[in-house]
Design a protein around this ligand. Structure first.
Ligand SMILES: Cc1cc2nc3c(=O)[nH]c(=O)nc-3n(C[C@H](O)[C@H](O)[C@H](O)COP(=O)(O)OP(=O)(O)OC[C@H]3O[C@@H](n4cnc5c(N)ncnc54)[C@H](O)[C@@H]3O)c2cc1C
Length: 373
C-alpha cells in the first residue's frame, strides 16, 4: 500500500493549485456576492484542458483518470465552491454519460466541444415530483416519425441555461431513457436562476419542455435503460461531489487556523486555547479521513473494480464532514466568522448543498445499507 500520489497526479495537483490560487480563489467572493457565472475562469480552465480532464484524448480531452479529476475538483472547490460545482456537473454529469454511453457520432458532435471548453453541458434528472425517487419522472419522450417529441419539466439543472446541451431523463413508454437536447431547441424554456442559500455563482434552473423535437439519433445509450444508466453516472458523480466537499473543508480549515494564530484572547493566540486547538485537531482528522475515502473510490474506479459502495461512503462522509468543518470554522472566528468579510460563512453555505446534490445523505445510507446487506 502506497499513500503517495503518483508523480503525474502530484504534478497535476500542483498545476491546478497554482491556477486556483491565481484565478479562482481571488474571484470567489465576487462570484458569490454578484451571483456571477464565472465565465472568465471557465474559459481559462478550458484552455488548460481541465473541462475535458477525464475525457479520452481522441474526443479533445486530456484522457486523465478519476483520481486526477478528484484532485482537480478538490483544488478548484477549495478556491470557489460555485466554480467547483459548475465543473463537477459539466464533467461528471454531462461529459460522463457521453463517455459511457455515447455513439461515435454523438461523441464527435457533443463531447468534443464540451471537452475543449467550447460548450458546457448539464444533466436533468430531477423534476417537481421526482428527486430521490426518479421513478416519479413525468417528462415524456415519444417516438414520432424519425424523431422524439419531449414534453414535461425539469428542476434544478446545474449549468442549465449556460449549457449548450442538456441530457434529460425521460419516460419512454413504461421505462426511462436519456435524450440529448440542445438547449436552443424550440420549446426548451429556462426560468431565471433559482435563488439559493449558497453556490451563487453556479446557476441552477427549472426548465419547461413543450413539444421539443429532437432526431431519433439523440437517444443516449439504450432505450429503456435510463435508470440503470443514471445509477452508473451517479456512481462517478458522487466522487466529484466528495472531492469538492474535501476542497471546501480544507479552505474552511485553512481560514480558521490562520485566524486562530493571529487573534489573541486572554493574553494568548486563540490556537493556544485547548478548546480551539482541539476543534482544529478534529477538523484535520476528519479531513484526512475523508481524503483517503475519496482517493480510494477514485482509484477503484480507475482500476476497473466495483466502486458503488466506496463512492457512496466517500460522498456521505466527505459531504457531512465539510458541513461540520465549515460550521466549526465559523465558531473559531467568532463574530467575524459570521461576517462576509471572511470566507467561512460562504463556505458553510456552499458546503450545505453537498449532502443533497447527486444523491442525498439518506440515499447514500440506503445504497451503503443495501450493499452491506
Ligand atoms: C443547487 C442544486 C443543484 C442541483 N443540480 C442538479 C442537476 O444538475 N441535475 C439534477 O437532475 N438535479 C439537480 N439537483 C437536484 C437534487 O439532485 C435533488 O434536490 C436531490 O436529488 C433530492 O431530491 P428532492 O429535492 O426532490 O428531494 P426529495 O426526493 O423530495 O426528498 C426530500 C427529503 O427526503 C429524503 N428522502 C426521500 N426518500 C427517502 C427515503 N426513502 N428514505 C429516507 N429519506 C428519504 C431525502 O433524502 C431528502 O432529505 C440540484 C439541487 C440543488 C439544490
Amino acid at each position: 500500500m502506497n499513500f503517495d500520489l503518483p508523480e503525474e497526479h502530484r504534478m497535476l495537483q500542483e498545476t491546478v493549485r497554482e491556477f486556483a490560487a491565481k484565478e479562482v480563489t481571488p474571484r470567489a467572493r465576487h462570484v458569490d456576492e454578484m451571483e456571477e457565472f464565472p465565465w472568465e475562469t471557465l474559459r481559462a480552465m478550458g484552455k488548460l484542458g481541465l473541462l475535458g480532464l477525464n475525457v479520452p484524448e481522441r474526443y479533445g480531452g486530456m484522457g486523465a483518470d478519476a483520481l486526477a479529476a478528484a484532485l482537480m475538483l478538490e483544488e478548484i472547490g477549495k478556491g470557489c465552491g460555485s466554480t467547483g460545482l459548475i465543473v463537477a456537473a459539466h464533467l461528471g454529469l454531462a461529459c460522463g454519460p457521453l463517455v459511457f454511453f455515447g455513439s461515435e457520432t454523438q461523441k464527435q458532435r457533443w463531447l468534443k466541444p464540451m471537452a475543449t471548453g467550447k460548450m458546457l453541458g448539464c444533466l436533468g434528472l430531477t423534476e417537481p415530483g421526482a428527486g430521490c425517487d426518479l421513478r416519479g419522472t413525468r417528462t415524456t419522450a415519444v417516438r414520432e416519425g424519425d424523431g422524439w417529441v419531449i414534453n414535461g419539466s425539469k428542476m434544478w439543472l446545474t449549468n442549465g441555461a449556460e449549457a449548450g446541451l442538456a441530457i434529460l431523463l425521460c419516460r419512454t413508454g413504461d421505462k426511462f431513457s436519456h435524450l440529448l437536447v440542445p438547449t436552443d431547441t424550440p420549446g426548451v424554456q429556462f426560468g431565471p436562476p433559482e435563488k439559493k442559500m449558497g453556490l451563487h455563482g453556479s446557476h441552477t434552473y427549472a426548465v419547461s419542455l413543450e413539444e421539443v423535437h429532437v432526431p431519433a439519433e439523440n437517444l443516449l445509450g439504450t432505450e429503456g435503460r435510463g435508470l440503470a444508466q443514471t445509477l452508473q453516472v451517479l456512481d462517478g458523480g458522487r466522487i466529484g461531489i466528495a472531492a469538492l466537499s474535501l476542497g471546501l473543508a480544507e479552505a474552511a480549515f485553512d481560514a480558521a487556523r490562520a485566524y486562530a494564530k493571529t487573534r489573541h484572547t486572554f493574553g494568548q493566540p486563540l490556537i493556544e486555547h485547548q478548546a480551539i486547538a482541539f476543534m482544529l485537531a478534529d477538523m484535520t482528522a476528519e479531513i484526512e479521513a475523508a481524503r483517503w475515502l475519496v482517493y480510494r473510490a477514485a482509484t477503484l474506479r480507475d482500476q476497473g473494480r466495483p466502486y458503488t459502495l466506496e463512492s457512496s461512503i466517500a460522498k456521505l462522509v466527505a459531504s457531512e464532514m465539510a458541513e461540520r468543518v465549515a460550521r466549526d470554522a465559523i465558531q473559531v472566528l467568532g463574530g467575524y466568522g459570521y461576517s462576509a468579510e471572511y470566507p467561512v460563512e460562504r463556505i458553510y453555505r456552499d458546503a450545505r448543498l453537498m449532502t443533497i446534490g447527486e444523491g442525498t445523505s439518506e440515499m447514500q445510507r440506503m445504497i451503503i445499507a443495501r450493499q452491506m446487506m
